[in-house]
Design a protein around this ligand. Structure first.
Ligand code: ATP
Ligand code: MG
Length: 455
């Protein structure tokens, strides 16, 4: 009763101090059983506790278990220093320089173990926009909870006692399906603007509503995203696109007006009548594949999201009289350069994206040796998926996509029958050299090397 009154009086600040006490939920008060936790995380906590340290599963994994989701990975927070952790686990390594964490390995599994971190002292360690530059001091468990972003991300689970430790009303917010920033949201966004993107991603992915006080400062602080190092920003966008809820995440980003300058898609491509439906279809296909536990290629998705810009540039250069192939090359480089000005896609994705784009016009060529050569191209499968998705979204001729579907599965004779000499003109059948092809058992080898020509 008295505790509730104090909580009310001090609101959410009640558990923010260095030595603040958490609300502890026993095994009968929550649904997490120790068996549900990954063996590696469980054993790591058990061994650390046996050595006399506090050790809990923390963050996203606890949140996901309480929401009935399967966690992607497990993090452990402990009172042990990195060196102490390292000395307990034979298969472990310390990583990071600024703030060291320890990777503990069990078989194929890895658990990330971090020492409780301290809260920042005032303005120390921030840049002129309030962004945190250094936060490498060890602290108490209560401080560690308070420096996390959202209340639902600040929960600790003790797999030995099967207890949930809650410093910031995270359990209540999980039950209310609410995403609430710990502390003053505006200040927390200034410390780390990526938290705005995390709010959008986590809310969309977990079906949570962003609390009004957490959402309100986003509008006034969204410009700070441009101060975040490109590599970190790209990583966060990739997480968002590969979250399994990319469509919902993108919609929420746009609603919060956080999309500007991140990817053309998020700026305007979704509204482009020609390529918008294709971009959306690519996002949806990625979500579907992840739901079915299939692999997804980031380069494929990024190529799809940039396709609208490539096509626009291509049309411009063709209209100005440039032949198709040089025009496509120019368009690709322009699209990538323009993208680098807002959010640089790492160059390791360039080769695959360019290949997917360059192969697109070749699906229009269905005569002579060209379809055979395309079929043998190492990137045929991905390029065909790209073309088919375009066709399904009204961005490429559906009859041609269907033709390729048949052609891939046809036998040598049927393929011969299917030849289409000239896309523009009437369909002509190739004169067959009776019997000869059959003996060869398929398309002849050799010939000109694969071309990137679209003429
Ligand atoms: P996901 O399901 O995507 O892994 P997550 O919340 O676990 O979501 P991680 O990036 O794995 O995200 O971070 C692990 C934990 O670290 C978070 O739950 C949160 O407690 C804390 N954290 C991560 N990023 C931040 C941040 N920018 N500011 C404060 N705390 C953060
Ligand atoms: Mg995580």
């Amino acid at each position: 009763m008295i505790k509730r009154y104090i909580d009310k009086l001090f609101g959410r600040k009640a558990a923010s101090g260095k030595d603040a006490k958490p609300v502890i939920y026993g095994p009968d008060k929550h649904g997490i059983r120790r068996d549900a936790i990954s063996k590696c995380a469980r054993r790591t906590c058990e061994d650390l506790q046996r050595a006399g340290h506090a050790a809990f599963v923390v963050g996203g994994a606890v949140r996901d278990h309480l929401l009935g989701h399967t966690p992607k990975d497990y993090d452990v927070a402990t009172s042990a220093t990195p060196e102490e952790v390292r000395s307990i686990f034979r298969r472990s390594r310390i990583i990071g320089r600024r703030f060291q964490i320890v990777h503990v390995l069990c078989g194929q599994d890895v658990v990330e173990v971090s020492t409780f971190r301290a809260l920042l002292d005032g303005e120390a360690g921030t840049d002129e926009h309030g962004r945190v530059l250094s936060d490498n001091v060890f602290g108490t468990q209560a401080e560690d909870a308070t420096r996390r972003d959202f209340t639902v991300n600040a929960l600790f689970f003790d797999p030995v006692k099967e207890e949930v430790w809650d410093y910031h009303h995270g359990v209540k917010d999980i039950n209310a399906k609410r995403l609430v920033m710990i502390g003053d949201a505006a200040q927390r966004y200034r410390e780390d603007p990526v938290r705005m993107l995390r709010a959008a991603r986590l809310a969309a992915k977990l079906g949570l509503t962003i609390d009004a006080k957490t959402e309100a400062p986003i509008h006034a602080h969204k410009h700070l995203i441009q101060n975040v190092p490109q590599s970190r920003l790209f990583e966060e966008i990739l997480k968002l696109l590969l979250s399994g809820n990319a469509v919902a995440c993108t919609k929420l980003l746009r609603k919060l007006e956080l999309h500007h300058g991140l990817l053309p898609l998020l700026d305007d491509a979704l509204e482009d009548k020609g390529t918008g439906p294709f971009a959306l279809a690519a996002l949806k296909a990625t979500d579907d594949r992840l739901r079915e536990d299939k692999s997804v290629s980031p380069a494929f998705l990024l190529a799809a999201l940039l396709w609208g810009r490539v096509e626009r540039e291509l049309r411009k250069h063709e209209d100005a009289g440039q032949p198709s192939i040089p025009a496509l090359h120019t368009a690709m480089h322009e699209a990538l350069d323009a993208q680098r000005e807002s959010l640089a896609i790492p160059r390791r994705f360039d080769a695959t994206m360019k290949e997917l784009w360059l192969l697109q016009p070749r699906f229009l060529q269905r005569g002579g040796q060209r379809p055979y050569r395309l079929l043998e191209h190492p990137r045929f499968r991905a390029a065909y998926d790209f073309f088919e998705l375009r066709a399904q979204s009204g961005n490429a001729p559906m009859d041609i996509a269907q033709w390729w579907d048949r052609f891939q599965h046809a036998n040598a004779d049927e393929r011969e029958e299917m030849m289409v000499e000239d896309e523009a003109g009437p369909k002509k059948k190739r004169r067959r050299r009776r019997g000869k092809r059959k003996e060869e058992g398929g398309p002849p080898e050799g010939g000109a090397p694969p071309q990137d020509d679209a003429s």
